[in-house]
Structure formats: C-alpha cells, structure tokens
Design a protein around this ligand. Structure first.
Ligand SMILES: [Zn+2]
Length: 250
C-alpha cells in the first residue's frame, strides 16, 4: 500500500481484526455482485469504499425513474442508462483506486460459472428465484461463499451459504429448486427504501468478514427483519442431505 492508501483505509487498519494484513486481503479480493439494484447499491458502495480491489457488477437492466427511490448507485441524470455502467461510474467516483467491471448482461451457464470461479465472494442481490438458484449452483460447484439478501415490502432476509464447510447448507437446502415459489419482486410490489439499505449493507459486512477471515459468518443462520417493528428473528438452517444441488457435492 502507498501512503494515500494507508490514509484512505486507516480506520480499517486501526482495527486489530483487520490491520494492514486484512486490508491487503481486501485489496487483493474480487467480489462478484449479481444485481445493481436496491441491495447491490449499498453493498457495492461499502465494498468499493472499503477497498475491495476488484468489483464486478452484473445487471442487464437500465435505470428507471421508479428505481431511484431506493437504488442509490443511480442518479436522475442516468435514467435510461445501463445500471452496471451507472454503478461503475458512482463507485469510481468514491474510490478511483479499485477496478470496477460493469457487465450489462443476464449471466447464466458457463459464463456465470467462470465469473463465480474468479470471485473471492459472491453477493446475490437479484430479484428472482431463477437467478438465485443459478448463482447458488455455481457457488456450490466452485465452493465460493455466497452472501444472499432479499427485501420486499417491509421484510428483509440475509444469510451466508459457504460450501467450503462441508456441514454448511446451500441456498437450495433452504429453498428447494423444484418447489414453486412465486416471484414477488419490487417491479410490481412495494419496498420500503431503507430496508434494502439495511440488508445490502449487511451483505457488504458479511463479504468483508469472509474476505478478511474475521468473526463468525451467517452460514447456517437465516436472519429475518420485520422493518415495521424493527424486530429481527433468526432461524438455524441445516444442510439437507437430499439436496439436489449440494447433496452430491461432498
Ligand atoms: Zn443444498
């Protein structure tokens, strides 16, 4: 790190749990963020400001006026532009010393697999079950930790699925792929603006902890927030030996 970096990250370096060694891990890390919307925005803000060396932002959508109430990476001037490119512009203004890769595409199959394989941690910030399951499959196959967040109306949830631990569940252990879940996304439903900020910021926190290797992650626990009352609840998630995604992986 040069003098500018030592200053920029000094409040992290002052933390015994992070220090110079931890900050260097962050600078060497690559975080893949699937979705540059409500959750991806605050998550990307904190990962960029904290000095994650490479951030890949994947989103095939463009900025819409209805996004601006909560998707804080984007601005009024950028309505109609690609979300990935808009996000990259914001992140580079915050921290020009990191690399931000903007991909305006809906990734799947081998392409998704390749991106996941190159990542230190993956953040699922998308809004549909098909993508969530595809991202989970790629993370299980490549044993890359996945930080999963969701937010709708006043309800938020967050967990970590870390297949480097053979006892840890995957996303599909919790929500089996063959089960029919109706996609209730913010495209049609309401969502309380700061809720995505709370959940997305926690996703960033879990990603930073996983990269530096500090504390205890949310692996095996699902946290749920009811923002009407600000009550958090936590349930244990167990690995399902019959899970079609991770059951065979061990
Ligand atoms: Zn599983």
């Amino acid at each position: 790190m040069n003098d500018q970096q030592l200053l920029r990250y000094s409040r992290h370096i002052l933390l015994d749990e992070i220090d110079i060694e931890g900050q260097e891990k962050l600078l060497a890390a690559h975080v893949l963020i699937i979705g540059a919307g409500g959750l991806g925005s605050p998550a990307a803000y904190y990962l960029a400001s904290a000095g994650v060396g490479t951030i890949t932002l994947v989103d095939d959508d463009t900025v819409d006026l209805t996004n601006l109430q909560r998707q804080i990476l984007h601005t009024t001037q950028r309505v109609g532009q690609a979300k990935a490119a808009s996000g990259k512009q914001t992140l580079e203004e915050i921290n020009p010393t990191i690399e931000v890769v903007a991909l305006q595409e809906r990734v799947s199959g081998e392409r998704l697999d390749e991106l996941v394989r190159s990542a230190t941690v993956v953040l699922d910030c998308c809004d549909n079950f098909a993508t969530r399951h595809a991202v989970n499959r790629a993370c299980v196959a490549n044993k890359v930790p996945l930080v999963s967040g969701a937010a709708i109306k006043f309800d938020g949830q967050i967990s970590v699925f870390d297949q480097r631990d053979e006892h840890a569940p995957c996303y599909s252990c919790l929500f089996p792929q063959d089960q029919e879940f109706e996609d209730v996304n913010c495209g049609t439903m309401g969502v309380f603006a700061p809720l995505v900020g709370i959940v997305g910021s926690m996703q960033a926190a879990e990603a930073l902890k996983l990269i530096v290797g500090i504390g205890e992650s949310l692996a095996g626990r699902l946290l749920m927030l009811d923002a009407r009352t600000m009550e958090w609840s936590s349930i244990k998630i167990r690995r399902n030996a019959k899970c079609v995604v991770c059951g065979q992986a061990h």
